[in-house]
Design a binder for this molecule. Structure first.
Ligand code: ADP
Length: 395
């Protein structure tokens, strides 16, 4: 091979490898070699390991005006053929059929793709109306097939690694959760046990006011325990997709005001400002949506003590957008992507009680409404939770 060719190949190799996205890498691969090997369309078919059917994972028209999508269907039978054979197939148009249109004269070239040493797909090129592929063209195409398989293998590895990372993170969170939850369960239980033992002591007589105070603490701690257990059960049901939703028309502004009134009864000092436009009713599960709002209030009270809460609501044709803002410490940019994960708690957040389930539950409930929830925050300047709910969800 002459040095000039080798050098060009090296440059193409570098350019392809640098593309992190596999589709972009394939685009570069096919376009950059098109000077040496002319074709109209290319398509990649991969076997679905579950159904054993063929999926078109990539299709591109680089040739004369024909769309790639229109061609992937006929490529499919050739792809199956090449996978069954395990070797290259070249198909040239039959002579004497009377057909003379350029699109009827398809020169097809198909290669099996060995991904991770397993035959799992096919690469099909088509050239309409010829000329026939030369030996050199076929070799260039074979090189592209080899390279395509390597790029798909890289994609599979990247996906597997991302999944592994996520499972590992989930396992770490689960480990933390066990220690958090035992602490969270023990604290209210400790209060309940302590105060009831005190009340039961035969050697001490408590006056009425003290008895009431102790019973109030026991009552509140029992509620806390019940809420905690409810959160755990609910998160398990959401995880297994067995939580039932009951959808009916709800007025989301009225729902938020009700929750705020309840919260204000327990926290009269909390300043809540509403900024609501007139809103249409939406279809939703009122109880679950109230739970989302309660969680946001509870977090604002826990993580931004003393801060005012400003709640905005406005509607567009498609969505109702709710903004729920506090002016507390906020959340560092590093942790923002994770706060909606199950069991996730911002590191160092050990002085405030919690399980890392609240925002996970919120997100699942909003997603069941085909909506979206996210948070924007600048550390030191507060956090704003934003919810978008479709006005007419396809439920
Ligand atoms: P929990 O409150 O039980 O820890 P959540 O899922 O409700 O769990 O919240 C996850 C994390 O997000 C919390 O640990 C906290 O660090 C952070 N967070 C939630 N709301 C706020 C807020 N309003 N301000 C600052 N941090 C918040």
């Amino acid at each position: 091979m002459d040095l000039q060719t080798l050098s060009s190949l090296h440059n193409i190799f570098q350019e392809v490898q640098q593309k992190q996205d596999w589709r972009a890498a394939l685009d570069t691969l096919f376009v950059s070699l098109r000077d040496s090997f002319i074709f109209d369309n290319v398509a990649i078919y991969l076997e679905d390991p579950r159904t054993k059917g063929l999926d078109v994972v990539y299709a591109r028209a680089v040739g004369r005006g024909k769309t790639a999508e229109a061609d992937v269907v006929w490529g499919e039978s050739l792809a199956s053929e090449v996978i069954a054979k395990g070797a290259m197939i070249l198909k040239v148009p039959k002579r004497g059929t009377g057909k003379t249109g350029r699109l009827d004269l398809a020169h097809l070239l198909a290669f099996p793709l060995y991904i991770g040493s397993k035959l799992g797909g096919a690469l099909v090129f088509v050239r309409f109306g010829g000329p026939a592929y030369s030996e050199l063209h076929i070799q260039t195409a074979a090189l592209q097939a080899f390279w395509t398989a390597a790029l798909i293998e890289r994609r599979d590895l990247q996906e597997a690694r991302a999944e592994l990372d996520s499972v590992q993170r989930q396992m770490r969170l689960q480990d933390d959760f066990v220690s958090t939850i035992s602490h969270e369960l023990r604290t209210p239980l400790g209060f309940i046990k302590g105060y009831s033992t005190s009340l039961l002591r035969e050697d001490t007589v408590w006056d009425k006011a003290t008895q009431r105070e102790f019973l109030n603490i026991i009552d509140e701690e029992a509620d806390r325990l019940a809420r905690l257990i409810e959160d755990m059960l609910e998160s398990a049901r959401l995880q297994s997709k067995t939580l039932q939703f009951k959808f009916s028309p709800v007025r989301i502004d009225a729902l938020m005001r009700d929750v705020a009134t309840r919260i204000n009864m327990h926290h009269p000092e909390l300043k809540i400002t509403f900024n609501f436009e007139t809103l249409p009713p939406i279809r939703g599960d009122g109880t679950r949506l109230s739970q989302v709002f309660e969680n946001l209030f509870s977090n604002a009270i826990k993580y931004s003590p003393g801060s005012e809460i400003v709640i905005g609501m406005r509607a567009s044709v498609e969505n109702i957008r709710i903004t729920f803002a506090d002016k507390g410490e906020g959340i560092s940019e590093d942790y923002l992507p994770f706060v909606f994960e199950r069991f996730y708690r911002v590191p160092g957040e050990r002085t405030v009680t919690g399980t890392g389930l609240g925002l996970y539950i919120c997100k699942q409930i909003i997603m069941a409404h085909h909506g979206n929830i996210w948070v924007e925050s600048v550390l030191g300047k507060g956090a704003t939770f934003i919810i978008e709910l479709p006005v007419a969800p396809m439920l």
